[in-house]
Design a protein around this ligand. Structure first.
Ligand code: F6R
Length: 612
């Protein structure tokens, strides 16, 4: 949430900062700004709206070979020019960009106002510029450290100061900060996405660390009450393909990422399937067979789509390993004083590895002595570092706000976990082998669904015309419906409500009419007849239907009415949910495309929710 960039070197900073911000825009896109240090001191340009609006409005002469930039997702105060970052002190000598939240901002603001400082924005960040400006310490590093010592909360920050034009000072506490090393130039960013075009040699700051970045290199320090003390942090090459951060010739990252699913699904399975013993290898779990056997319960925690796929994961674990399992929204978990059991394995699931609600849930579990593993995409992210072990998703960078390929790989990671847990219990060798075959078939089956995009498009366009719609499913189909509704509302702004099919007649059936379509998840499983009966109840009330099902399922008279069916390839029942999910991604995507919406940057949202 929010993005930071910085540059210092031999080139003009502003164009590089704008380019970096464009690559971070998915992290916040309600306003943007840059500050450069040139001959006339610090100059700031900032604006509500997109980075391109900022670029168009940049003054002609905006020279400087060092600078910082920010793209914002508003937390304190509306998205307007004044609240956009960078923020400065009254004289405009200090400029700061900030990700995170300063919890004691109100107290600090009151103190500054009492001291005669005029605060012009509604933000928590502005106080930082004034605190640094007020410091009389000798170096910029000491001034920044002094200011940060007053702050409670989370931050990734970057400062420039007119009196110290040869440096950018950055610091991190709970919000990522990366330094990129170039030839006689250095970059700063909150996310690799902003750096990969220039360098893949990077150093990650840890929480509680700060750094001085000059065109010649960087020096790192640990923040401590007695001031900054030097720590040795080296840059290292990261193995990354910069083209993964480009949308290529598709219209959106979401489309590109959906279409990558067969390939990334293969990647998460690669080297992890053991055909001989019909099991999986998950070295990162750091749990031996004895410890796996001792697990009595699995509790999965995630937010949004990660929570829904967590529900799919819990069903997989119960079905394959017969261990009681459930998923809970990480955002709620720690507020109900949860009971942490020693023989429960807690699983935190997150694409970004940054979601603060999930991170705080992990910290609560660990504080009470529980064991947590992570199912995470971003290597080295805060959650990946916090957990006791885990499974990386290997989905590559996910840029679109709406999660697709990471979600598919989360499901597969849960399948691998369930398989291993099952095989140290009662899942037979034959069942294990059958699951491995089914898992290996999934990438091709996902590909088949993606190839039907043009057939799905008219159905999506029809759904897009409705103001309100239902997504229904039951048991293993219910989290699929939740995820389908989530994707649809997120990018098409239609009211899409997920419901258990069985609960429909207990209330929401009252809303069914010719104006309210229902997308029904009807796999060919033990509930198929009951599901079809519910379809009849909807059809009898004139409700249009889109049924996501399997070839051969008899939908009866329903098909004679306003009904479209989408058949997905069959897998073993436990793996059906992911194949039922993929067409719902396509429907959401094509609906948003039809409506002409900004698919990758839906309103009010941002990738990586790093605030509570
Ligand atoms: C939906 C979506 C969000 C995220 C949620 C958790 O498409 O992307 O609901 O799933 O914010 O994010 P991560 O997985 O990064 O923890």
């Amino acid at each position: 949430m929010c993005g930071i960039v910085g540059y210092i070197g031999t080139q003009q900073a502003a164009p590089l900062l704008l380019e970096g911000l464009t690559r971070l825009e998915h992290r916040g896109y309600d306003s943007a700004g840059v500050a450069v240090i040139g001959g006339s001191g610090v100059r700031v340009a900032k604006k509500a709206g997109r980075v391109r609006d900022l670029g168009e409005s940049l003054p002609k002469r905006f020279a400087g070979r060092a600078g910082i930039g920010h793209t914002r997702w508003a937390t304190h105060g509306p998205a307007n020019d004044v609240n956009a970052h960078p923020h400065t002190d009254a004289e405009g000598r200090v400029a700061v960009v900030h990700n995170g939240i300063i919890d004691n901002a109100a107290a600090l603001r009151a103190e500054l106002i009492e001291g005669g400082v005029e605060l012009i924005s509604d933000t928590d960040t502005e106080v930082l510029a004034h605190l640094v400006a007020a410091s009389t310490a000798e170096t910029l590093e000491e001034r920044v450290a002094e200011a940060l010592a007053r702050v409670e909360g989370t931050y990734g920050v970057a400062f420039v100061h007119a009196d110290f034009p040869d440096r950018i000072v950055v610091a991190r506490n709970g919000s990522p900060l990366i330094i990129g090393v170039g030839e006689k130039e250095m970059h700063v960013a909150s996310d690799l996405a902003a750096l990969v075009r220039y360098t893949t040699t990077v150093a990650h700051l840890d929480d509680g660390e700060m750094a001085t970045v000059t065109s010649a290199g960087f020096t790192t320090y640990r923040l401590s009450p007695s001031g900054p003390s030097a720590v040795d942090r080296r840059a290292a090459a990261v193995d990354i393909d910069p083209s993964e951060y480009d949308a290529g010739d598709t219209d959106s990252f979401m489309h590109k990422e959906m279409r990558e699913q067969p390939a990334v699904a293969e990647r998460v399975l690669r080297g992890r399937l053991d055909e001989r013993f019909g099991t999986s290898h998950l070295g990162g779990l750091e749990l031996d067979a004895r410890e796996l056997r001792a697990i009595r319960r699995i509790k999965i925690l995630g937010c949004g789509s990660a929570y829904y796929v967590g529900q799919m994961g819990a069903a997989l674990v119960e079905e394959l390993a017969r261990i009681p399992a459930d998923a809970e929204a990480a955002s709620e978990f720690r507020y109900r004083n949860p009971i942490i059991e020693p023989d429960t394995l807690y699983v935190a699931v997150s694409q970004s590895g940054e979601t603060i609600d999930t991170l705080l849930a992990i910290q609560e579990i660990k504080r009470k002595g529980g064991r947590v593993i992570g199912v995470v995409n971003v290597v080295g992210s805060a959650i990946a570092r916090e957990v006791d072990g885990g499974i990386y998703l290997h989905a590559g960078p996910e840029v679109a706000v709406a999660s697709t390929k990471a979600l598919t790989n989360m499901f597969l990671a849960f399948a691998l976990l369930a398989l291993q847990l099952g095989r140290v219990r009662d899942l037979s060798l034959a069942e294990g082998k059958e699951l491995i075959t089914a898992l290996s078939d999934l990438p091709d089956q996902i590909q088949q669904i993606l190839e039907s995009e043009e057939k799905l498009a008219p159905i999506a366009e029809r759904l897009a015309e409705a103001a309100s719609l239902f997504f229904i499913g039951r048991v293993r189909g219910y989290p699929v419906a939740r995820e389908g509704a989530q994707k649809f509302k997120e990018i098409s702004y239609r009211h899409a409500e997920a419901y258990q099919t069985s609960e429909l007649k207990h209330g929401p059936l009252a809303l069914i009419s010719t104006e309210v379509p229902t997308v029904a998840i009807v796999p060919d499983d033990e509930l198929v007849e009951r599901n079809v009966a519910a379809l009849h109840e909807i059809a009898a009330r004139g409700g249009p239907l889109v049924v996501v099902t399997h070839d051969g399922v008899d939908l009866g008279e329903v098909v004679k009415g306003d009904c479209h069916r989408i058949d997905v390839p069959r897998s073993v029942r436990a793996l059906d949910p992911i194949l039922l999910t993929v067409p719902l991604q396509v429907l959401a995507y094509r609906a948003a495309l039809h409506l002409g919406l900004d698919i990758d940057k839906p309103r009010n949202l941002a990738k990586s929710v790093t605030v509570e």
